[in-house]
Design a protein around this ligand. Sequence first.
Ligand SMILES: Cc1cc2nc3c(=O)[nH]c(=O)nc-3n(C[C@H](O)[C@H](O)[C@H](O)COP(=O)(O)OP(=O)(O)OC[C@H]3O[C@@H](n4cnc5c(N)ncnc54)[C@H](O)[C@@H]3O)c2cc1C
Length: 526
Amino acid sequence: MSGASAGNASYDCLVIGGGHNGLVCAAYLARGGRSVLVLEAASQVGGAAITREFAPGFKVSACAHLLHLMPGSLIKDLGLDARGLQLAAAHMRTTAIAPDCPPLPIDAHDPTLLAARSAADAAALPAYRARLRRLAEALYPVLDTATPRLGTESWQDRASWLRIGWRIRRLGRRDMRELLRIGGMCVQDLLDEHFETPLLKGALGFDAVLGTSAGPRSPGSVFPLLYRMAAEVQGGSALAQPVGGLGALSDSLARAALAAGAAIRTSATVERIMVRDDRAAGVILKSGEQITATNVISNADPKTTFLQLLGGEYLDTGFVRRIAHLRARGVTAKLHLALNRLPQFTGLSDSALAGRLLLAPSLDYVERAFNHAKYREFSAAPIAEITVPTVNDASLAPAGRHVLSAVVQYAPYELAGGWQNERQRFVDLVIDALERCAPGLRASVEAVELLSPPDIEREFRISGGHWHHAELALDQFFIVRPVPGAAQYRTPIGGLYLCGAGCHPGGGVMGIAGRNAARALMREAA
Ligand SMILES: Cc1cc2nc3c(=O)[nH]c(=O)nc-3n(C[C@H](O)[C@H](O)[C@H](O)COP(=O)(O)OP(=O)(O)OC[C@H]3O[C@@H](n4cnc5c(N)ncnc54)[C@H](O)[C@@H]3O)c2cc1C
């Protein structure tokens, strides 16, 4: 990205990986006066938030395709608007689709179609959303700060616990009780309490299980929903699509890092983290080049960082075991279709096609799809989050052509039969499922790209190809994320930090892990 040549230079901070979190971290460190070099193995920055051509003339946001979790404060801090981040669409609508029934907008502010199906659900939806939003707002400070440690004398840890406690206390008795009640619950029970329309419940439940190895009946599945909402409440644009795709966001982050004084090298694969006197001392690249630094910050996932780049010999066996057992097998695939015309979803308005479509007709349907994943199979009836980004941004395809981008679950990393043998069957099943909602779609397909979890692992260097670098669940979050001994962005090795989705507060294009990590490092070094 930059012409910066490291030569034999030494840096205050080396960031391994130019994913969006690595770039955010580099930008904040450089603004804090540190000399920073980002080393990215791929030929472009952005990690799982890039735009690339998948068929001649057709471009797509390769993994992440919707921007909705990045705090407005971060976008403003780094001046991303002035550095090329423009939105092709903001406040995108969500519509639930299903083969045998008309599409259902699930926006709380447009309840008319829902009211026609269930007056009770239309009446219940705003209150349901408002309460979850209040709970999510109380949780946001938990996301936006390094997790405090337990049982220390540090005033910072104590103040941090107090702040969290105070935010939750301020919810008031009823909401506080509700947070405790639903926090560990399964999302199916929560939705059954409030609603009766299967299509509505399927779509609302979808957001709870998206990117995770859980179904709506899995205990604790309300928690990722609250978490997602907690990040969303700080975002300014709700669901959004950047002009040029998510890669444009990453490019604007890279510009922010460069403007702050950081250097970025692409096609620079780190092979090893160097350790001297029990401290991280720099890295060795695949080319053999050595670069020294006072601190090394890894945007790579925890398994890659500790087991491949550092090596278990520097860690105690208990820690190595915890990392080895970190649950990080992806269940999410991405399907890209190059289309020779605009897809026609039955009964769907043009404005709805500019938003996101959820194919998750009922909670039972979602749970059945998940059942297969438990046995390393995929379901013949998958669930999907679909966008047609070319509706909002014609620059992504040749004139008159379109791109369909679908996040598809459940696609187990370790598939019985292997992805090599089964990928065409999976693609056919997904296209068949889409065809039932958009007749004629199959005939308009000019090219197909499937990214299965092993493809994501290979191309994006994410162990297990997992959305969050490590499962986001109650046993792998907050003060135990990714594992005890490596929370707070620090690691057992002095001078070695984590800054990616595998640490608190997890994945999604948020940038919060990168910002928190930079702050933690600077506070420690101050
Ligand atoms: C299919 C799919 C769809 C998704 N959709 C969405 C969505 O719509 N919205 C959303 O918010 N989130 C989405 N996500 C989640 C989101 O993409 C990720 O959680 C997020 O991008 C992770 O960012 P990161 O910077 O922490 O890590 P990454 O993006 O994984 O970046 C890590 C970087 O480190 C580099 N690296 C690794 N090892 C080395 C090495 N040895 N040397 C040098 N560089 C190295 C990698 O090449 C990579 O660039 C999706 C994820 C998937 C898998």
